[in-house]
Design a protein around this ligand. Sequence first.
Ligand SMILES: Nc1ncnc2c1ncn2[C@@H]1O[C@H](COP(=O)(O)OP(=O)(O)OP(=O)(O)O)[C@@H](O)[C@H]1O
Ligand SMILES: [Mg+2]
Length: 218
Amino acid sequence: MIISVLNQKGGVGKTTLSIHIASTIALAGYSVLLIDADVQRSALDWAATRDKEPLFNVVGIPSSNIHKEVKMLEPKYDYIIIDGPPRVYDVAKAVIAASDYVVIPVQPSPYDVWSAEEIVNLINEVKTTLAPYKKIDAGFVINRKIANSVIGRDVTEALSKYPFPVLEASIHQRVAFTETAAQGSSAIEEDPDSIAGKEIKALVEEILSKIISKTSTT
Ligand SMILES: Nc1ncnc2c1ncn2[C@@H]1O[C@H](COP(=O)(O)OP(=O)(O)OP(=O)(O)O)[C@@H](O)[C@H]1O
Ligand SMILES: [Mg+2]
């Protein structure tokens, strides 16, 4: 099963969510590979700062051939998570082609709603091309939500004009996501019962339920 985290917009939380999704699935006992498809190598840098035993392997494939490489790696893992690059169009397209499910992080801001059009169009393009061969689904996740603000709700409403759903699970702005990254760890690994840990777990459960319902109807 291939889950990618993608948005052409920079700094929306692709790497943070990729690492947390990979950690959560690995902690549940599955074999996981995290692919860093970004030349910035953030996920690889994260793995390199880690002292503890790795929960999963991280490899860098910032290439427009990633879909072909993923095909060869897929049988070896229960789940492959791909941390997508911002901007690079041809790599993003190949990442979408490799995916069963694309998670699109968006921040609660009108700029993020407007710029999401680009990734939505790209996913639709690849989805249509590959429709005879495979089914690709996608969903938005609101990341860096600010507590006690209505902007998250406004953004959810604004995103409803796009053809992909907004996942019910959303992620708030929390220092635990950043601080744990500095040690090559994650909020769920450090404290699964923390609010950050529970938020990520709920997100992963929702993503996996979407994938399962998708595979059972095809
Ligand atoms: N929910 C969150 N709470 C607090 N900080 C966050 C959260 N999500 C992301 N961040 C912080 O926001 C910054 C950007 O996040 P991240 O690097 O994950 O985004 P990205 O989409 O991968 O960026 P790029 O497009 O450059 O690859 C980082 O400093 C990260 O620690
Ligand atoms: Mg990144």
